[in-house]
Design a protein around this ligand. Sequence first.
Ligand code: CMC
Length: 428
Amino acid sequence: MADTLTITDNRTGKQFELPITDGTIRAVDLRQIKTAADDPGLMTYDPAFMNTACCRSRITFIDGDKGILEYRGYPIEQLAERSTYLETAYLVLFGELPTAAQLDTWQRDIIVHTMLHENIKKLMEGFQYDAHPMAVFLSMVGAFSSFYPDAKQIFDEQSRRKQIHRLIAKVPTIAAYAYRHSIGRPYNQPDNDLSFTGNFLNMLFRMTELKYTVNPVLERALDVLFILHVDHEQNCSTSAMRNIGSSHVDPYSAMAGAAAALYGPLHGGANEAVLRMLNEIGHVNNVPGFIKRVKAGEGRLMGFGHRIYKSYDPRAKIIKRTADQVFEVTGRNPLLDIAIELERIALQDDYFVTRKLYPNVDFYSGLIYQAMGFPVTMFPVLFAIPRTAGWIAQWEEMLLDPEQKIARPRQIYIGPCKRDYVALDKRK
Ligand code: CMC
């Protein structure tokens, strides 16, 4: 069996044989299919990239029908059970699990970069007290570009390492400061004796005590949530990171764009939208009426559905288990009953079953975050912190891929044909 595709162009009767590699034909191979010498050649039309691979990647594998997610070949279930966020970030960035010595060095490299430049704090002061923390977050990541001009050396490996350490280490500090700013409390300095998530909780919630006592269950739960959010191959924000990075701008500027993409309610803003939806529903008795409205096209069941997963999102399964552990410490989130009832009804309903709509990562994560004391506006920021590792791993892979160039999709022009300018007094 030849790994080729034979195409007959019925406009000309000509036949073409295109190679198939990894179940894919190259879009540029279609350019030879023309009706005349000046015809630019056949293109594919694929709004929202429903069926177009834009890169070859070694980072994350997803089988959406079987509900499989692997980072560098390791199943997400095993990483969530046995790894830590920082170790998983190393794996995703560098391709292998670290040795004990490598992990030690990596953790030290991160710890020494947790503090923010004092001028970043001044920038933060300029925001309104009620500024959305995600708006603050993406602005600060962009501002880093001006603080670290050495980041422009994107083809210098040492420089890239430095920016990677800075980004992974500083995003929790920005997030915590954005939160403290929004509630009018003084910023807490990082405490480098604590774990990555322990320190994050310290910067968020420490009051007057000299040393913050971290609850180990919440610390581990947050670490697991971070592991689950590290990467998800070519999603909207990661594509934005690669697209912007393909112009060879510094990683901070590219990541500000990626964070902006994550802010949207169809992407990282979905967990915030889930909580708002659950509050709006208000009571389990109102669930059937809400489902009816969703089926009538009056809004979506937020936290359900996914472009890739057409079965239960494996991350949602892990989160559901984590929720039980968190609620044992914090008490049960009263919105949980509404979420469980929504899931129960939706999983039996023909509308959702035929469209293969299942709970995604955002359906239960918000309930945990809320129980841990986070306001809903912090939810997308909690997604952005761990996704930083994925964004920069994908950015670096794109930069070092000799097949990549500046991203530049084509279009089908459907506007007016050429026409002459009309003077103002002659316009109708
Ligand atoms: N509630 C109700 N109907 C839905 C939903 C939903 N959550 N999601 C999809 N549908 C319907 C949609 O109306 C369409 O129906 P029809 O064929 O009758 O027109 C069909 O299912 C296919 O939907 P689509 O919009 O073509 O699917 P998509 O792949 O473009 O969208 C999605 C994927 C995640 C944007 C969408 O499922 C959605 O809006 N979900 C709610 C938002 C959400 O939870 N987002 C988080 C995604 S996971 C985290 C992340 O990756 O950021």
